[in-house]
Design a binder for this molecule. Sequence first.
Ligand code: ADE
Ligand code: ZN
Length: 327
Amino acid sequence: ENLHDFVASLPKAELHVHLLGAATVDTVLDLARRHPAAGVPAERAELAEFYTFRDFDHFLKVYWAVQSLITGRDDVHTLVTGLARDLAAQNVRYAEVTVTPYNHLLDGLSGDDLLDGLAAGRAAAARDHGVELAWCFDIPGEKGAKAGRETLAFALGERPDGLVAFGLGGPETGVGRALFAPMFTAAREAGLHSVPHAGETTGPATVWSAVHDLGAERIGHGTSAAADPRLLEHLAEHRIPLEVCPTSNVRTRQVGSLEAHPVRRLLDHGVAVTLNTDDPGMFGATLNGEYVAVAEALGLTRGEIAQLARNAVAASFLSDSPRDALL
Ligand code: ADE
Ligand code: ZN
């Protein structure tokens, strides 16, 4: 059995994938044709060029342009069912999917259309693809405390089925995690899990802040923790998993290559590493591809690869009984 077939045969969970960033090239081309004013290319070659990211900030600008294409309930439904189809093809049985309500609402989508599209898409994902979806609603950090308060109010006011986590995304530079401490405290008191992005584009101090100020139970990315031995020890000892997204980090030019990715160092220090795609449609990533690439770059044994898949199940917010049923 070759490596790819082995990876494909593993039942998997994915813990870090943005609903919008999962839109396939075909889906985005279709949306772009329907909304020519949004500035997203509607031709394949131009979209590929558009998806060549110069740096992380450029990636976010592109991401926000694509976000503006999502204007109705059916667009949301298309995103969710497309993601479920693609997850099923990777033998992913369960995923925690990040959605950024505040930004979608700013772009003119109504809260009801967002929630209806998510709910109907989630039902179809289970029914038609055998994939269980859970939601993480995240704060767009660049929009500040107001976005934090409104994301919290939306999450707790609506409490859609499957909402399990509260997050923080967008840029890290100039966006201290601690600004959002009150919203994370309230979200955790209401039973949502804390999963902020940290240490993707800034150093280990941001990861420490996510841990201390936001009560992070997992870290989105956390790759810069590799530079801080005390932090590595803390993450390992307290079993705070990292949602590592290797291709994403290469495509946004945070690391030079998969071979140069600090995932080896994270593993060597006993950190609970999970592998994820982040924005698979925009990065041309697949979850099986992430496993294969890391296994090849690090020379992992089959046992070590299977352990990475088990790490994601263990780090998920699935409770024990559905976990046994799904994975
Ligand atoms: N939103 C979508 N992808 C993101 C990423 N990799 N980091 C922060 N915010 C994001
Ligand atoms: Zn992310």
